[in-house]
Design a binder for this molecule. Structure first.
Ligand SMILES: CC(=O)SCCNC(=O)CCNC(=O)[C@H](O)C(C)(C)COP(=O)(O)OP(=O)(O)OC[C@H]1O[C@@H](n2cnc3c(N)ncnc32)[C@H](O)[C@@H]1OP(=O)(O)O
Ligand SMILES: CC(C)C(=O)C(=O)O
Ligand SMILES: [Mg+2]
Length: 557
C-alpha cells in the first residue's frame, strides 16, 4: 500500500526495559475498576447525554458494581456541571462510591471543577496535561521543564482547593498522550506531581497512565508500565491506574498486560465506547477474568438489559460480534461447531461436570442471561446433523433416530441454501412435517383390525387408486403385521430397519411421534417417514405408510 513511508514508530521504550510481567500467566484478582463512560465515553458521542440520561447511566453503573465513576468534566458545559451538582444535591452517590471529575491543568478550569465537586462525600479530582513530544512541540510549544511546570502548578492548586471544599477529595494525575512521551520523562513529571501531593497510606494518589492514542503493541505498553511502576516515588501510596484506548484494536490486551506489569486500577468504558475507536472495554476484560474463574466484582449477568440501556442512552450500537454481549457471540451456524457443542452439552449433563468445558463456548451463555434454545445453535446452509437434531430436540422435543439425523441435516441445509435464509426452529419443524409427516400419498391404510393369534393377525384396509382392499396378514407385532400387508399388496421387497417412538411431552395424554426407516433390498440408504397421533399404534402405522410412500416416490436426500 502506497504511503507507508510517511509513518514511523512513535513510542519510546524505557531505557532499562524489564520484562518481569512476562513471567505471570494470569490475573488473579480484579483491579480497581473506574468507569469513564460518563466522561470519555460521553465526550465522544455525536450528542452527549442529557442530565437525566447521565443520571440513568450512573445508576446502571452503580448497579453493575462500579465503585469509582468518572462522572464528567464539570467545566465543559452547564449539563456537565449540573449533573455533578444533581448527584450531590439529590444524594444519588452511594456511600461506597467515589465520583471522579476531570480538569485541565488551567486555573479557572480547576476552580470551576472544585465549585462543582464541593460537598461530594468521596471524590477524585483528576488533572491532566499532555506530555508527548508531538504536543510539546506542536500544541504547547513549550520545553520539558515548562510542561512539567503546568503539571506541578495544577497539582498545587488541587491541593490548595481541596482543603477549602467539603467532602473527602483524592487526587489523580495523567500525563496525557503518554503513548508518545519518553517514559523516563513521564515518570519525572509524575514524580514531581507526587512531590506536591505527598501521598499517604490513608490518602493515596492516583497516577493514571493513558495510551491516549494506542500506538504500540500491548507488550510495549506493559514494558513501559513495568518501568513506571518500578520508578514511581511513594509507590506504596500510589494507585497506578491505566487508561487504554483502542486505536490498534488492542485496548483490552493493553489493559491486561498492564495489570500483569503492576497496574492496580483500570479506567475504561462499557463495550469500549470512547474517543475514535473507543476506550478499553471493561465488559470484555471483566468477563475474560470471569472465564478464568476469577470474580471480577462487576455483575454482567443481565447483559442484554445493560446493552439495551447503553444503546438507548448513547445512540451507539453493540456489535453482533461484541465479546460476551453481541447477538451472535454464542451462536454456532456451522455443522462441526454445532455437533461439538451439542455433544459437549450432553457430556456436561451426563457427567455432572464441575467446570465449564463445552467446546466453542468460552463461557456458559446462561451466565450472561442467554438461552441455549435460541442463542447457541442456529441453522443455515453451513449447519449439520448435530445442530439440526439439537434444535429439533430442544425446541420441539423431537428425538430423531441416530440413523435419520444425517438425512434430516442435509434436508434442512438444502432448504436453507435454496431459500438463502436462516431457518428458524419453527421453519425446521414445518419442513420436517411437510417432508416426513404430511407426505403426498399413492396409498393409505384406512383401517386395521388386530387379533391375538400366534403373534398378531391383522385385517388391513389399504386405499390405493381410489379403491379399498382388505388384506389379511400376520406378524410378531401390530406394526409388523401391517408392514407385511403393505409388502404383500404392492409386492415390495424392503426391510423395516428402524422403528422408534416417544411421546412429545411428559403428560400422559401427550401425542406420540414415531419414526420408521425402511431399507429396500440391495440398497444401503433408508427411506424415512414419521407419524404423530394420540395413539402410539396409529402414529407408528402412519410413519410406516409415509416411509413406504416416499420409497415408492423415490424420495431421499
Ligand atoms: C485525551 C482526553 O480525553 S482529554 C479530555 C478532553 N475532553 C474535553 O476536552 C472535553 C471538555 N472540554 C471543554 O469543554 C473545553 O475544552 C474546555 C471548556 C475545558 C476548555 O475550553 P477552552 O478554554 O476553549 O480551551 P481548549 O480546550 O480549546 O484548550 C485550549 C487551550 O488550553 C490549553 N490546554 C489544553 N489542555 C490543557 C491541559 N490539560 N492543561 C493545561 N492547558 C491545556 C491549550 O494549550 C490551549 O492553550 P492556548 O490557547 O494558550 O494555546
Ligand atoms: C484525560 C486522559 C486520561 C484521557 O482521557 C486520555 O489520555 O485518553
Ligand atoms: Mg481517554
Amino acid at each position: 500500500m502506497k504511503g507507508f513511508e510517511k509513518y514511523q514508530k512513535t513510542y519510546f521504550m524505557p531505557s532499562e526495559a524489564t520484562y518481569d510481567w512476562v513471567k505471570k500467566d494470569s490475573i488473579t484478582e480484579p483491579p480497581v475498576w473506574c468507569s469513564v463512560d460518563l466522561r470519555d465515553g460521553n465526550q465522544a458521542l455525536i450528542e452527549p447525554m442529557s442530565l437525566e440520561e447521565k443520571v440513568e447511566f450512573f445508576k446502571m453503573l452503580v448497579k453493575i458494581g462500579f465503585k469509582e465513576i468518572e462522572v464528567g468534566f464539570p467545566a465543559a458545559s452547564e449539563t456537565e456541571y449540573n449533573f455533578l451538582r444533581t448527584l450531590i444535591d439529590r444524594k444519588l452517590i452511594p456511600d461506597d462510591v467515589t465520583v471522579q471529575v476531570l480538569t485541565q491543568a488551567r486555573e479557572h478550569i480547576i476552580r470551576k471543577t472544585f465549585e462543582a465537586v464541593d460537598g461530594a462525600p468521596n471524590a477524585v479530582v483528576h488533572v491532566y496535561n499532555s506530555t508527548s513530544v508531538a504536543q510539546r512541540e506542536q500544541v504547547f510549544r513549550k520545553s520539558k521543564e515548562e510542561i512539567k511546570k503546568i503539571a506541578v502548578d495544577g497539582a498545587k492548586l488541587l491541593k490548595e482547593l481541596a482543603a477549602e471544599v467539603k467532602g473527602n477529595i483524592r487526587f489523580e494525575y495523567s500525563p496525557e498522550s503518554f503513548h508518545g512521551t519518553e517514559v523516563e520523562y513521564a515518570v519525572e513529571v509524575c514524580n514531581a506531581v507526587l512531590d506536591v501531593w505527598q501521598p499517604q497510606a490513608d490518602a493515596k494518589a492516583i497516577i493514571n497512565i493513558p495510551s491516549t492514542v494506542e500506538n504500540a503493541m500491548p507488550h510495549v505498553f506493559a514494558t513501559q508500565i513495568e518501568y513506571v511502576s518500578k520508578h514511581l516515588k511513594y509507590r506504596d501510596n500510589v494507585v497506578l491506574s491505566l487508561h487504554p484506548h483502542n486505536d490498534r484494536g488492542c485496548g483490552v490486551a493493553t489493559a491486561e498486560l498492564g495489570v500483569l506489569a503492576g497496574a492496580d486500577r483500570i479506567e475504561g468504558t462499557l463495550f469500549g465506547n470512547g474517543e475514535r475507536t473507543g476506550n478499553m472495554d471493561i465488559v470484555t476484560m471483566a468477563m475474560n477474568m470471569y472465564s478464568h474463574g476469577v470474580d471480577p466484582k462487576l455483575d454482567f449477568s443481565n447483559m442484554q438489559e445493560i446493552a439495551d440501556t447503553y444503546e438507548r442512552l448513547t445512540n451507539m450500537q453493540v456489535s453482533m460480534r461484541q465479546p460476551y454481549a453481541g447477538e451472535l457471540v454464542f451462536t454456532a451456524f456451522s455443522g462441526s461447531h454445532q455437533d461439538a457443542i451439542s455433544k459437549g452439552m450432553a457430556y456436561r449433563e451426563e457427567k455432572n461436570c464441575e467446570y465449564w468445558t463445552v467446546p466453542y463456548l468460552p463461557i456458559d451463555p446462561k451466565d450472561v442471561g442467554r438461552t441455549y434454545d435460541s442463542d447457541v445453535i442456529r441453522i443455515n446452509s453451513q449447519s449439520g446433523r448435530g445442530g439440526v437434531s439439537y434444535v429439533l430436540k430442544n425446541s420441539f422435543g423431537l428425538i430423531l433416530p441416530d440413523k435419520m439425523k444425517e438425512e434430516v441435516g442435509y434436508l434442512m441445509k438444502n432448504v436453507s441454501d435454496h431459500r438463502h435464509a436462516e431457518l428458524s426452529p419453527e421453519d425446521m419443524r414445518d419442513v420436517f412435517k411437510e417432508t416426513y409427516v404430511d407426505v403426498d400419498k399413492k396409498f393409505d391404510v384406512s383401517e386395521c383390525h388386530f387379533k391375538q393369534k400366534d403373534g398378531i393377525g391383522a385385517e388391513v384396509t389399504i386405499v390405493a387408486d381410489g379403491k379399498e382392499t382388505v388384506v389379511d396378514s400376520h406378524g410378531n407385532g401390530r406394526l409388523n403385521a401391517v408392514n407385511h400387508a403393505i409388502k404383500k399388496y404392492f409386492n415390495l421387497d424392503y426391510a423395516l430397519d428402524v422403528y422408534e417412538e416417544h411421546s412429545l411431552s411428559k403428560r400422559s395424554d401427550a401425542q406420540a411421534i414415531s419414526y420408521v426407516g425402511i431399507k429396500p433390498a440391495g440398497q444401503e440408504k433408508l427411506y424415512w417417514g414419521a407419524g404423530t397421533d394420540d395413539d402410539i399404534i396409529k402414529s407408528s402405522i402412519d410413519a410406516l405408510v409415509n416411509a413406504v410412500n416416499r420409497y415408492m416416490e423415490n424420495k431421499q436426500f
